[in-house]
Ligand binder design. Structure first.
Ligand SMILES: [Zn+2]
Length: 242
């Protein structure tokens, strides 16, 4: 099946970027039923021209650390979870043929491309990382490492649980100044909107952020931790400079 490319509207030829669907299978080596994960990864990544043995993944911790990775990190987490890069929720790189990936089941994945360096970033933005503003942290490290200009950046969102379904506690308000919606006495969080605002606050153009608006909870074609709990597989969000 065809994978979905959240940067498609920008018509970029020099980057492979995509997220997987349920039919592609679980992509995690640590969560859900992991029996076929390596096979699933190979099949999914093959169609993107990515060697599954080169994949770089993280031991994600819902923080805001974003790591620069290079050739020496190639394959970290590709074949076993233990070799994943610890304590990070995002990667940046300017190296070609170095696939970077984030695994999610409700959290938002963010794909960033700087056409000038060129360089890429992929971020894992659950509500905790969103609260810590991982979007702006990702841009800050791209600025530091690559001299990226926010107004040049092209951004695509992966799927996440959205405000139609993401009910939060009523006292959640203290965590966020905006992005919480009241409906029938209940409170829902709009995690994509918050990240969009955070990106725009540091200079990314609204027209350069593409949000395909897939809800992991509503769309049975995607994995949702909130719906499936410990049985939930993981969606892979992967990027590579060709
Ligand atoms: Zn929904």
């Amino acid at each position: 099946m065809q994978s979905f490319n959240p940067l498609e509207k920008f018509k970029i030829n020099s980057v492979a970027s995509a997220f997987s669907r349920r039919l592609d299978g679980n992509m995690s080596l640590s969560f859900g039923n992991i029996g076929s994960s390596l096979e699933n990864r190979k099949k999914f990544l093959d169609q993107l021209g990515i060697d599954c043995c080169d994949l770089i993944t993280a031991k994600q911790v819902h923080g805001k650390n974003v790591e620069y990775v290079s050739e020496k990190n190639k394959g970290s987490g590709a074949l076993d979870y233990d070799s994943s890069i610890a304590d990070t929720d995002g990667f940046i790189t300017d190296q070609p043929l170095l696939p970077i990936a984030i695994l999610t089941a409700d959290c938002l994945s963010i794909f960033i491309y700087d056409p000038h360096r060129p360089a890429i970033a992929v971020l894992h933005a659950g509500w905790r990382s969103t609260q810590q503003n991982i979007a702006q942290e990702g841009i800050r490290v791209m600025q530091n490492k690559f001299g990226s200009q926010p107004q040049d950046l092209l951004v695509g969102f992966g799927p996440s649980i959205r405000s139609c379904c993401f009910e939060v506690e009523k006292d959640f308000k203290s965590n966020f100044a905006f992005g919480l919606i009241k409906r029938n006495g209940r409170v829902f969080m709009d995690i994509a909107l918050i990240n969009q605002r955070q990106l725009m606050e540091c200079g990314v153009g609204a027209e350069n952020i593409f949000d395909p608006k897939f809800c992991t909870y509503s769309d049975s074609d995607l994995f949702s931790f909130r719906k499936e709990a410990k049985d939930a597989g993981r969606i892979i969000s992967v990027m590579m400079l060709k």
